[in-house]
Design a protein around this ligand. Structure first.
Ligand code: FE2
Length: 432
């Protein structure tokens, strides 16, 4: 006897009338029209059942700090960095934990059940590291969290940053971070990439670096990252985040760079909401979009995910933890409007980030954890179009969040009375 049977679901790959059986928190059956005994049945009514959303690039130590100690008036990266510098000395562990837990509540409501968050290690007190390690333990029953030791002010440039980063790793942080374009020189940036990749290889850790987050066409750190990944045999364990300079690079150079990245099996995380708002700020017109070359990277077989990066923090005043909003922006900025490309944008906030984070349990397959989201949409493209309502969010076979379907009651002259308008359905007359 199953604990739960989901029937009549549409899957992201287009299969319809699918059933999914859950036993002891894991997926026990997947098939078309299964009719198996179960304690509980959920009729998906043809709606899209997907593996949970995953965000492979976030800053949970800064999230929901909007307005502290003041609002970023200009909305620029530079004022954001200055603001974070003002806020850092005022951070307390309790406040960090409270904000992170509040964001995790938002995330669950949006079906976002795995988050890789960078945590700034430049403050020698490592308050944020301690706070987020505690949050990670606390939310483990419902969110898979990975922490990246992130030297925001430069591992070589900021005094004590390397020691702090090593201490953070000793405390249990999972991934080695970096920010080579923020080091004093291009050479120092390359040195930082080498040093941090060696550290990750030594400790058996993953790597995820903020890399070439600028409009400088001559920034070359992702090249070094690919070369070091190859040299140290870290294939498939390294992620390059942002890579916005690739937008501005010379095409001939990129034609050599992308195969190097593919050879190293680098993962790429682009952050469309943040890239489109922060990059190109030194341009007059035309203004560059500042997002990396997503379609070209995908065409080379490179795993590309979209991250949220920021929600209501010194750098970005908006956001709600909705990865469909992230996919929506990525689709537009990269002009990924073909049918196949729009589906790739959905993968970029589900399966692709799960791969970058090496989440073995992600996916609607037999034997995996029974984690899934029922959306008020009939397919991934409609889900992105509508930023669809998360009707139900399941973790290990338990419903941990639910929302009523979005619908509006219309009373319009010349139209049938009491028409119920649901965004993903044609009009239906109310029967009451
Ligand atoms: Fe970031």
């Amino acid at each position: 006897m199953l604990d739960l049977l989901v029937i009549n679901a549409t899957l992201a790959d287009g299969q319809t009338r699918m059933s999914l059986g859950v036993q002891a928190g894991r997926i026990a059956e997947v098939g078309k029209g299964l009719n198996l005994p179960s304690h509980e049945t959920l009729d998906a009514q043809g709606q899209l059942l997907t593996a949970p959303f995953v965000d492979a690039h976030f800053h949970m130590d800064a999230t929901l700090s909007y307005g502290l100690p003041r609002v970023n008036q200009s909305g620029t990266l530079l004022e954001g960095i200055a603001l974070w510098g003002e806020l850092k000395p005022q951070l307390t562990q309790d406040a960090l934990i409270e904000r992170a837990l509040a964001y995790c509540d938002w995330a669950v409501a949006k079906g976002l059940l795995a988050i890789r968050t960078h945590v700034d290690v430049c403050d020698p007190r490592l308050l944020a590291v301690e706070a987020l390690l505690q949050v990670k333990r606390q939310v483990a029953p419902y969110i898979d969290m990975q922490l990246v030791a992130f030297p925001q002010d430069g591992v070589l440039r900021a005094p004590g940053a390397l020691d702090n980063l090593k201490r953070a790793i000793d405390m249990g942080v999972d991934v080695v971070g970096g920010i080579p374009h923020f080091e004093r020189t291009m050479q120092h940036g390359a040195d930082s990439v080498r040093l941090l990749c060696e550290l990750a290889a030594e400790r058996g850790l993953l790597v995820d670096m903020h890399c070439d987050e600028s409009d400088d066409p001559l920034s070359r750190h992702v090249e070094t990252l690919a070369a070091e990944t190859h040299r140290l045999g870290l294939h498939g364990r390294v992620t390059g985040s942002h890579l916005t300079s690739m937008h501005s690079m010379d095409n001939y150079y990129v034609s050599k760079l992308i195969p190097l990245m593919a050879e190293a099996k680098l993962h790429v995380v682009s952050n469309p909401l943040i890239n489109i708002t922060l990059q190109g700020r030194h341009d007059t017109y035309p203004k560059r979009r500042g997002m990396t070359r997503v379609p070209e990277l995908l065409a080379a077989g490179i795993n590309v995910a979209f991250g949220h990066d920021c929600v209501m923090d010194p750098w970005y005043s908006l956001g709600s933890g909705d990865m469909l909003e992230v996919a929506h922006m990525g689709l537009h900025v990269a002009q990924m409007t073909s049918q196949a490309a729009m589906r790739q944008c959905f993968n970029a906030v589900t399966s692709a980030p799960a791969r970058a984070m090496q989440l073995e349990d992600h996916g609607l397959e037999v034997g995996k954890s029974a984690d899934f989201v029922l959306l008020q949409a009939r397919d991934p493209i409609e889900a992105i179009r509508l930023r669809a309502t998360r009707l139900a969010v399941y973790r290990r076979g338990q419903c941990i969040a639910s929302s009523p379907p979005a619908q509006t009651q219309l009373n319009l002259p010349g139209r049938p009375a009491n028409t119920t308008f649901m965004p993903n359905f044609t009009h239906t007359r109310s029967t009451t």
